[in-house]
Design a protein around this ligand. Structure first.
Ligand SMILES: Nc1nc2c(c(=O)[nH]1)N[C@H]1C(S)=C(S)[C@@H](COP(=O)(O)OP(=O)(O)OC[C@H]3O[C@@H](n4cnc5c(=O)[nH]c(N)nc54)[C@H](O)[C@@H]3O)O[C@H]1N2
Ligand SMILES: Nc1nc2c(c(=O)[nH]1)N[C@H]1C(S)=C(S)[C@@H](COP(=O)(O)OP(=O)(O)OC[C@H]3O[C@@H](n4cnc5c(=O)[nH]c(N)nc54)[C@H](O)[C@@H]3O)O[C@H]1N2
Ligand code: SF4
Ligand SMILES: [Mo]
Length: 730
């Protein structure tokens, strides 16, 4: 049993007391009410007094307890031996890691050490504030993160239109009358780049007040059940739909940009850019009727307050960047950007949208394929080849921090092989999993309930301005380290005369909580008295109000103008022309007659929460969803084992035959495939599933931004043991 850290508590007669915090597992920032009997967790419930989440939670919140008590979770540095792993001291671990990294960089150059920073970093306070010191100490051009398998296209569009990669417009769903959603499933994901705890209720509220929800998705999802209309779309063809919506609005004179017109450049260019994309022209490719597209355009333009939003289905496909640009344009021409009920910007208490963080593009390129850098990162789809391809500049060592790229990046099977060829690998991670099993040394930090928490990122992406601080509940295991202590110590040990580590610099001394206090006081509400102490006194969090218009003041374009048609984006229209004409603008490698897309499930969280029995028990989650017609044609019955093959690999899993997917499309969730040698996850390996990323293809990219195109992969599907299959589906 770990010691309690949080002691400012009111204990009732029976010794039961309550701790309030924010769940940091996904983007929704739900408030939790944790009841404890002494030091034992009795229950985890939604905190009804949290003004933002109002009592909402999902089943994953309960898994925080499992994570805390998981005996597979690492708590001390581990070194690989000939036959397994041995515990070593922190001092030994730090000196060995620093020594190996330094010697590889001395011999082969600084970029011979690569880094992959995974998703949980953006949910961890210590990483958000201190990981950059380790990144700076490594100084590699081979930096990879989950951004390029996720939301890079949003950043790319924001950077070129609004001047800042993090000036991301958030759909103001609490006030909208028309919500047009493309390629997102908030009912299962709880919302992304749209922190909106209890999103299902918020969707229902739109309809209850007479508004409308329209969803575009090749699968009839959990969100479709909450929508007024759902349209199947051929994966990867949204760009044509968006162009047709815009073409109709402009041609029919429905554009009403209002005050936005005063600070937009190149407005007049739009007509010519969308020419040739009339609904009748695109409909056969998109798979949605021209009459429907026209009606959708008129309704969107005619709604009092409307917002268009596109997420994973749009950003992780071959036209991610241009889709995110067109979504912004659609919101602008209808006057819905920066207006209540449209797409708005936050004013977070701790503001990371500053001029120091604007982010540049294309300052260097990846060695093998020449893919462009963005904000210091290269596309993760290029990682394996940078390790495997011999020659100068090859990656010889990897540092992974809270990432599992073997399961999370395209052609993960190849990356799995690549990791086994490294000279040295170190992982900052809490488990021995598919990626960290390749490490020579694992440095496990404290996690979850053992950490102070403030959501640096997701307050910036929320549908209301809010602030909340959660103190650590439990102390870490004896002789454990926080993530930020690990980064700082490694940075210190990697310093040289040329690049010294300044022990006395406030940023190298402060704890994350102290840094938050500083950020809050310097932030937009600091003058009104917002500070860490204030947040400590308000354990349910503070609501700072609805989002407010802030343009043009908040733009970072220099001249205070929105670039509505930046050449960095419009140049990609040439590739779109190819898609329209069917000459392969999609870059599709046609080696299968079905098209693969991804999906998420409420009880799963990317690649790492499958070691919680309560989340994985019951019906198999990792299945191939396939339309009844396509199943029948292949003699596949519901529940039957099938083989799915793509250009890069082949996996086996169960089929789930359904009418809820577009004919010709199949869907597999990501993050599974745990049955690999050496994985130290006792529950997950008994619910192993298979990895979709053994099928996704590193060659399929959004060529504009370098983001991985997980959606739209050509695959073929075969029954493993046909037999009685056909009868069973009748
Ligand atoms: N085919 C397909 N692939 C996808 C996606 C998809 O939709 N389809 N989605 C993509 C997206 S959006 C994302 S964000 C990525 C996510 O993929 P990754 O960036 O690889 O992140 P996770 O899968 O969440 O892996 C998290 C790792 O962090 C570790 N971890 C958990 N908590 C902590 C902690 O507190 N500290 C530390 N140091 N480690 C911790 C876990 O053990 C695990 O190894 O996957 C991408 N991959
Ligand atoms: N329960 C749970 N919640 C999560 C996560 C999780 O793993 N589990 N992961 C978190 C992370 S890291 C992220 S980034 C967010 C993602 O949040 P979302 O983007 O809401 O999540 P997805 O379920 O990936 O939704 C993508 C949808 O796009 C559809 N789609 C696929 N291809 C296309 C296409 O070409 N066009 C269109 N229009 N649609 C397409 C898919 O069918 C799917 O329904 O979720 C977060 N929340
Ligand atoms: S929706 Fe997300 S933040 Fe809310 S309880 Fe579930 S995992 Fe936690
Ligand atoms: Mo993500």
């Amino acid at each position: 049993m770990q010691r309690l850290l949080y002691t400012e508590r009111a204990v009732d007669r029976l010794g039961v007391w309550t701790h309030y915090r924010t769940c940091n597992l996904c983007e929704a920032m739900c408030g939790l009410e944790i009841r404890l009997d002494g030091e034992t967790i009795q229950s985890i419930r939604g905190d009804r007094e949290d003004p933002f989440s109002r009592g909402h939670i999902c089943p994953k919140a309960l898994a925080l307890e499992d994570l805390h008590n998981d005996s597979d979770r690492l708590k001390h540095p581990m070194r690989k031996t000939g036959s397994g792993w041995e515990r070593i001291s922190w001092d030994q671990a730090f000196s060995e890691v620093a020594e190996r990294l330094r010697s590889i960089q001395n011999q082969y150059g600084r970029s011979a050490v690569g880094m992959y920073l995974g998703n949980p970093n953006v949910h961890n306070l210590g990483s958000m504030l201190v990981l950059s010191s380790l990144v700076k100490a490594i100084r590699t051009e081979n930096l990879f993160t989950a951004t390029s398998v996720d939301q890079l296209p949003h950043h790319f569009a924001a950077r070129h239109m609004f001047g800042h990669y993090f000036l991301l417009p958030i759909p103001d769903i609490d006030r909208t009358d028309f919500f047009l959603i493309l390629g997102a499933n908030p009912v299962a994901s709880n919302g992304s780049l749209m922190t909106a705890p209890g999103v299902t209720q918020r969707l229902r509220d739109i309809r209850a007040r007479g508004g409308k929800i329209v969803l575009i998705d090749p699968r009839r999802t959990e969100t479709a059940a909450e929508a007024d209309a759902h349209h199947f779309i051929r994966p990867g063809h949204d760009v044509l739909l968006l162009l047709a919506l815009l073409e109709t609005i402009l041609r029919e004179g429905l554009a009403r940009p209002g005050r936005l017109a005063e600070f937009c450049t190149d407005f007049s260019e739009l007509d010519s850019l969308v020419e040739g994309y009339a609904p009748e022209r695109v409909a056969p490719r998109v798979g949605i009727d021209a009459v429907e597209i026209t009606a959708m355009a008129r309704e969107f333009a005619g709604a009092k307050r409307a917002v268009c939003y596109g997420r994973m289905g749009l950003s992780t496909q071959a036209f991610g960047g241009i889709c995110q640009w067109l979504i912004n344009v659609l919101n602008i021409v209808t006057g819905n950007l920066d207006r209540a009920g449209g797409a708005m910007f936050t004013r977070p208490a701790l503001d990371i949208v500053t001029k120091e963080r604007v982010r540049e593009f294309g300052r260097w390129h990846s060695r093998v394929r020449g893919l462009p850098e963005f904000g210091g990162e290269l596309p993760s789809a290029a990682l394996a080849e940078e390790i495997l391809t011999p020659g100068d500049g090859r990656i010889r060592a990897m540092i992974t921090v809270a990432g599992n790229p073997v399961l999370s990046t395209p052609n993960g099977g190849r990356l799995d092989r690549a990791f086994s060829e490294l000279d040295f690998a170190v992982a900052v991670d809490i488990y021995i999993n598919e990626t960290t099993r390749h490490a020579d040394i694992i440095l496990p930090p404290t996690t979850g309930l053992e950490c102070d928490h403030y959501d640096v990122i997701f307050h910036t992406l929320a549908i209301r301005n809010t602030a909340k601080f959660s103190p650590a509940l439990f102390e870490g295991a004896e002789d454990s380290r926080h993530d930020w202590q690990i980064y700082r110590e490694l940075a210190r040990r990697l310093a040289s005369d040329e690049h010294p580590f300044d022990e006395h610099h406030p940023l190298n001394q402060a704890t994350p909580a102290q840094m938050i206090d500083f950020g809050l006081r310097a932030g937009p509400y600091g003058k009104d008295g917002l500070s860490l102490d204030k947040l400590r006194e308000t354990p349910h969090g503070i609501d700072l109000g609805a989002l407010e218009p802030c343009l043009p003041d908040r733009l970072f374009t220099g001249d205070g103008l929105i670039r509505i048609a930046p050449v960095e984006l419009t140049r990609d229209l040439e590739r779109v022309r190819g898609l329209l004409e069917g000459t392969g603008g999609n870059g599709s490698l046609s080696l299968g007659d079905l098209t693969l897309v991804g999906r998420r499930h409420l009880r799963s969280n990317n690649s790492w929460m499958h070691n919680s029995e309560r989340l994985v028990k019951g019906r198999e989650l990792c299945t191939l969803m396939i339309h009844t017609r396509d199943a029948r044609a292949r003699g596949i019955a519901d529940g039957q084992k099938v083989t799915v093959a793509s250009r890069v690999g082949r996996i086996e899993l169960e089929a789930a035959v359904s009418e809820n997917i577009m004919p010709g499309v199949v869907s597999i969730p990501h993050g599974w495939g745990h049955d690999r040698e050496g994985v130290g996850l006792s529950v997950a390996t008994t619910h192993a599933g298979a990895s979709i990323n053994d099928l996704t293809d590193e060659a399929l990219l959004d060529r504009l931004t370098g983001n991985a195109a997980f959606n739209g992969v050509p695959v073929s599907v075969e029954a493993i043991a046909a037999g009685a299959a056909i009868d069973a589906t009748e």
